[in-house]
Design a protein around this ligand. Structure first.
Ligand SMILES: NC(=O)c1ccc[n+]([C@@H]2O[C@H](COP(=O)([O-])OP(=O)(O)OC[C@H]3O[C@@H](n4cnc5c(N)ncnc54)[C@H](OP(=O)(O)O)[C@@H]3O)[C@@H](O)[C@H]2O)c1
Length: 156
């Protein structure tokens, strides 16, 4: 398959919240393909539909950051289709709000998604980042008391 020549931006957890807003912003400003990814195909495609109604044209791919098979399939799709990743926004995360689960359960699940899954996504997708790019790292202090999250952005 011929590789697309367009630049590539990817947002994880793009179907709502901050991720959705970043996808919208990238669609308006980024010169290239913008991928809204979501763990749930229905929610992801619905979000793409809402952006289409605004005249924006994000592309969609399923990506559950906790599912190594999903991460590997997405990485293969990217490697088969694009020369590399220009922008990667690691946004997908969970936060317990007014939760009744015991603290230990909250901590374990939060670390599973917000740390170990993030690390797995980084390990898998970082080798696909386009080389010779400047790296902008925006550290975002999360309200969650468990971990810090990092947004990795690469621009020409
Ligand atoms: N809101 C804040 O005040 C705040 C402050 C600082 C930093 N942040 C950080 O900003 C980011 C977004 O926050 P938000 O408030 O926009 O959160 P949100 O509204 O809860 O959205 C989280 C997104 O992550 C997705 N997600 C969760 N688990 C996933 C998984 N296993 N695989 C793929 N996607 C998954 C969710 O998908 P579903 O719809 O399928 O659940 C949703 O699209 C997070 O990293 C958060 O920690 C937020």
């Amino acid at each position: 398959m011929a590789l697309a020549t367009s630049r590539l931006a990817i947002v994880t957890g793009g179907n709502k919240g901050i991720g959705y807003a970043i996808v919208k912003d990238l669609c308006e400003r980024f010169d290239g393909d913008v991928y809204l990814t979501a763990r749930d195909v229905g929610r992801g495609e619905a979000a793409v539909g809402r952006l289409n109604e605004l005249g924006l044209k994000p592309k969609f791919h399923q990506l559950d950051v906790t599912d190594t098979g999903s991460v590997a399939a997405f990485a293969k799709f990217v490697a088969d289709s694009y020369a590399g990743i220009d922008v990667l926004v690691n946004n997908a995360a969970i936060a317990f709000k007014a939760a009744t689960e015991p603290f230990g359960v909250q901590a374990e699940e939060t670390l599973r998604v917000n740390y170990f899954a993030l690390r797995s996504v980084c390990d898998t997708l970082f080798p696909l980042l386009v080389p010779e790019m400047f790296i902008y790292m925006l550290n975002v202090l999360v309200k969650s008391k468990f971990v810090y999250r990092t947004y990795f952005l690469r621009y020409c």
